[in-house]
Design a protein around this ligand. Structure first.
Ligand SMILES: Nc1ncnc2c1ncn2[C@@H]1O[C@H](COP(=O)(O)OP(=O)(O)OP(=O)(O)O)[C@@H](O)[C@H]1O
Ligand SMILES: [Mg+2]
Length: 259
């Protein structure tokens, strides 16, 4: 069943008591998430921050159905990400931290195929693909094989793939890592415009000034637990002092917590 939630006060993403332990073959178990609960309302620009290994990417993979949690539930727009996965996935555009492209595909083919996966028509894609390639400065690379792109160009292609089906929710795992300054600011503008149109955005990043500038809500995750959630009152500031201070305080406070 597909539920559609448009009310700005209703959570569009509900994460309820999610736990995840990895069981690698040759090393001890890794507890990646412990009883994580999080609510993100429709239209939010949400920043998820935390140290390396805190569990951010694991949470994103669970949200997008790429990783199955041990316990807990996640719903997106009222659709359970496991039981109603088709409806849930249709609502989300995701750019993962490690993106992989088919090396035998040209840049524009990669986008057409992704659009096809989401059931988009040829007519729609003929308009949307050039539009996105232009917006992300990849128009002159449309006939280049994906493995011949630079690191920053691959990152840009990953973001265009996330946007191809005009999703209601965009989830970006460190989207600006490796982007040059000009493109980082261009991406900020694009994301702000999308958010103003009502698109919900969930972003992870290690650049705290990015969160301070863009996000209206933040959560800090450390060792698999949410240790802080609140509004970003100083949204729009470009100096990172206050958020950086909060981040360091919260992480230091939980330094002795067991993983
Ligand atoms: N497939 C996997 N198998 C085993 N352990 C994993 C796997 N994926 C992640 N982990 C472990 O789970 C923990 C959380 O990793 P995760 O990638 O979610 O962190 P992160 O917050 O995204 O970190 P970063 O900021 O470095 O990207 C880490 O200890 C990591 O080594
Ligand atoms: Mg990560």
């Amino acid at each position: 069943m597909c539920a559609i939630i448009e009310d700005m006060n209703t959570p569009i993403i509900s994460i309820d008591h999610i736990s995840k332990t990895y069981h690698p073959k040759r090393s001890p178990d890794v507890v990646a998430l412990k009883e994580v609960s999080l609510s993100i309302h429709a239209g939010a620009f949400f920043g998820l921050i935390g140290p390396n290994g805190a569990g951010k990417s694991t949470l994103i993979k669970i949200l997008t159905g790429l990783c199955i949690p041990d316990t807990g539930t996640v719903s997106v727009g009222g659709n359970d990400v496991i039981n109603d996965y088709q409806a849930a996935r249709q609502m989300i555009g995701v750019s993962l931290q490690e993106h992989a492209f088919d090396p035998y595909l040209l840049v524009e083919e990669e986008l057409y195929i992704t659009g096809g996966y989401y059931g988009k028509t040829k007519e729609y894609l003929k308009k949307k693909v050039p539009e996105l390639l232009e917006q992300f400065n990849l128009a002159d690379k449309k006939r280049t094989f994906t493995d011949k792109l630079s690191g920053g160009m691959k990152r840009r292609l990953a973001i265009t793939k996330a946007l191809i089906h005009a999703p209601k929710i965009i989830i970006l795992d460190e989207p600006t890592a490796g982007l040059d300054v000009a493109l980082r600011h261009e991406l900020w503008d694009i994301l702000e415009t999308l958010n103003k149109k009502g698109i919900t955005i969930l972003l992870t990043t290690h650049y705290l000034e990015e969160v301070e500038h863009l996000c209206d809500e933040i959560a800090i995750i450390n060792k698999g637990s949410i240790i802080y959630q609140g509004d970003n009152k100083k949204k729009g500031l470009t100096e990172n002092s206050e958020l950086e201070q909060l981040f360091m305080e919260m992480v230091d406070q939980h330094e002795s917590d067991p993983i």
